[in-house]
Design a protein. Structure first.
Length: 288
């Protein structure tokens, strides 16, 4: 992704993350749901062991959390992930209550869900797609939100929502297919990404990761940022900050959190935490 494209995507995401909640309710044969956009800050807004009569899709725009699907698999979710909540199946969605979570959610009648499964666009055991953040996906969601505001004919809007949900899934599927045939370099970068994702104590050498891929560090850094959206160093910091939030939410002290993540002292940890979140760890704990 070029610097210009990345800047454009960031601007689109920032504009989309409004403070208002947008919601339009619909009534299907066996129940009701809605299409909309919302942010979440408190854990009381989690979906815990919920069962929907219809399909619900959730496209994460910002923030991190976890999704426990109907099979019992637990997934870590973040920006660009599309969660599929099948009809009639129990699921739970939890978000970090740090004020960052923002999502689009959209319903689809059970009949349309069954049709997409029959066409093998959807599969009942594939409950999470790592689609990524894309301007095209966000624009589709925003266009539908605009339609919700303007259209008063309920019957016509019901049909429009059903088709829009299917089109959004098809668009996401197409993006997934485009990502399904990675080059050898992409595979290597994604493996390095996975290693850094779990390197909370910052013990891995970035230069060694590049050497293992037979690349210079500058080449590795450039490709990593192109495929992941952040430089290797910044990506690791962001994952450490996410882990720090999880530990602080579990009532770890600031000093304990710093020690768990390999920081030399609480001061160094607090300084970096504030740089990336806008608040100190102590202030963050007060928001819980």
């Amino acid at each position: 992704m070029s610097k210009k494209s990345q800047s454009t995507l960031q601007q689109v995401v920032e504009r989309a993350c409004r403070s208002e909640v947008i919601h339009r309710q619909f009534h299907f044969k066996l129940g009701g749901s809605g299409w909309g956009f919302m942010t979440k800050s408190e854990s009381g807004h989690d979906y815990v062991r919920r069962v929907n009569y219809e399909y619900i899709g959730i496209y994460v725009l910002r923030g991190h959390g976890r999704y426990v699907d109907h099979i019992g698999n637990e997934h870590q979710v973040g920006p660009g992930d599309l969660m599929h909540l099948p009809p009639g199946k129990e699921h739970s969605v939890y978000h970090l209550p740090d004020g960052q979570w923002a999502e689009y959610y959209f319903p689809m009648p059970r009949e349309m869900y069954d049709t997409l499964c029959y066409l093998q666009v959807l599969k009942s055991d594939q409950t999470l797609w790592h689609v990524g953040l894309h301007v095209s996906m966000i624009e589709q969601c925003e266009n539908q939100l605009a339609m919700l505001r303007l259209q008063e004919n309920e019957a016509w809007l019901f049909a429009q929502v059903t088709l829009s949900s299917a089109n959004l899934i098809m668009a996401a599927r197409q993006l997934m297919l485009q990502q399904a045939s990675p080059t050898q370099q992409q595979v290597g970068i994604m493996q390095a990404r996975q290693q850094l994702e779990e390197d909370w104590e910052a013990q891995l050498s970035l230069q060694s990761l590049a050497k293992n891929l037979n690349m210079s560090y500058e080449r590795f850094r450039k490709l990593f940022k192109q495929f992941v959206g952040h430089s290797p160093g910044e990506f690791r910091i962001l994952r450490r900050i996410d882990r720090a939030k999880t530990l602080l939410l579990k009532q770890y002290t600031v000093a304990e959190t710093a020690g768990q993540l390999g920081y030399p002292d609480a001061f160094s940890f607090s300084k970096q935490f504030k740089r990336y979140t806008g608040m100190s760890p102590t202030q963050f704990k007060r928001t819980i």
